[in-house]
Design a protein around this ligand. Sequence first.
Ligand code: ATP
Length: 372
Amino acid sequence: MPGSSVSIVEVDKYFGDFHVLKNINLEIKENEFFSLLGPSGCGKTTLLRIIAGLEDVDDGDVLLDDKSIIHLPPNKRPVNTIFQNYALFPHLTVYENIAFPLRLKKLSENEIKEKVDWLLSLTRLEEHAKKKPNQLSGGQKQRVSLARALANEPKVLLLDEPVSALDAKLRQELLIELDNLHDKVGITFIYVTHDQSEALSVSDHVAVMNNGVVVQYGTPYEIYESPADTFVATFIGESNLMKGTVKDLISENYVLVEFPTLGEIVCFKDKPVNIGDDILITLRPEKIRISHLKPQLSSDSYTNVVHGVVDETIYMGYQTKYFVRTDDGYILKVYKQHASYLLDEKIIQWKDEVYMYWNPDDSFIVEVERVD
Ligand code: ATP
C-alpha cells in the first residue's frame, strides 16, 4: 500500500479568540512514521483533526502529495484515524468490524473474505475473529480498529494517542506491533502523543509542539541530543539545567562557564556567545559518570570533574538515580546504569562522597542572555 506525503502550510486555527495553532509548517514524507509530541492542550489533536478534515483551518493549507485537500470532506480524504477509545461496533464480531468498510464499498463476499483474512493475520487476530469487542483485551481491541482502518487502504493513518488507554506493558507491546505493522504496510503514519518515550522509540521524525507552535522538528536522536530550547530539554527526557556566565572562549568549540553553585565548567559552544553572557546549560543525568574515585585525567583534557555528597538515591532496578549535593550546594541528578557496577569497587550509597565527571560535549547551551 503506497503512502502519501503530507504538507502543512502556514496553518492557523482559532477557537473563538483562542489561537490554538499558530503558523504551523510541517513536511511529512511519504511512508514515514511521524509523531506530533507535546503536552496536553498544545494543539496536536486539533492539527490531526485538520488533516482528517474534522476541523477547518482559519488560514493555510494541507497538501497530500502536493495537492490541496482542504476542501475535501473527511470521507473523500485518503486518510483514516485511530482513536484512543477504539470506536468499534459492539454488536459486531471482530471479523464483521473489519469487514464493515469493505461492505460499504460493496465488494464481493470473496473479496471481503480474502481481505479480512489478510488483515486478521497482519494484526495477529485470526483466533479472535468470532469474538465481540467486549470479549477482547484493550490491546486486541486497538488491533481490531487498526485492521478496520487499514481495510480502507488509506494513504495516511492518523493515530491519536492509540495506546494511552492501556497499561504500561501492553502499551509497549502494542507500540512494537505498530512499528512492525508500519514496516509491513508501508503507508504514512502520523502519531499523536504526549509521551516522549513513545515518540522517540518509533518515529522517523518528531515535531515537538508547545502552545500551538512547533518548537522543534528532527529525528528522535536530534530532539533528545540537541534540544532546541529549555522547554524541549525538560519535556524530553530529564535534564540538569544550570545558569552560568561565560568566562572565557577556550576554543572554536568550547567555552568556560562560571556557575555560582558549581564552579568553572567547560561547555560545548553550540550557539554564538560572548564573554559575560548569561547562559542556560543542559546536561542529561545519564551522561554523567559517578565514582568514589577521582578520575585520573591528562592535563590537556577538558573533562569536567565535580565533587559532592550523595543526598538521595532512588533504586529503579535497571538503574539508580542519584541526587548529589555539590560542594557549593547545587543538586546534580546523575543516573547510573547497573551494568557498570561490575567495574566499580563498591556500590555508591547515600551520604557517600563522590566525583562526577562528564565530557564537555554533553553540557551545551540552550539559551543565551546577551550582555551587549
Ligand atoms: P490532549 O493531549 O490533552 O488531547 P492536545 O495537544 O491534543 O491535548 P487539543 O485537543 O488540540 O490539544 O486542544 C488544544 C486546545 O484547544 C485546548 O486548550 C483545548 O481546550 C482547545 N480546544 C480543543 N477543541 C476545542 C473546541 N472545539 N472548542 C474550543 N476549544 C477547543
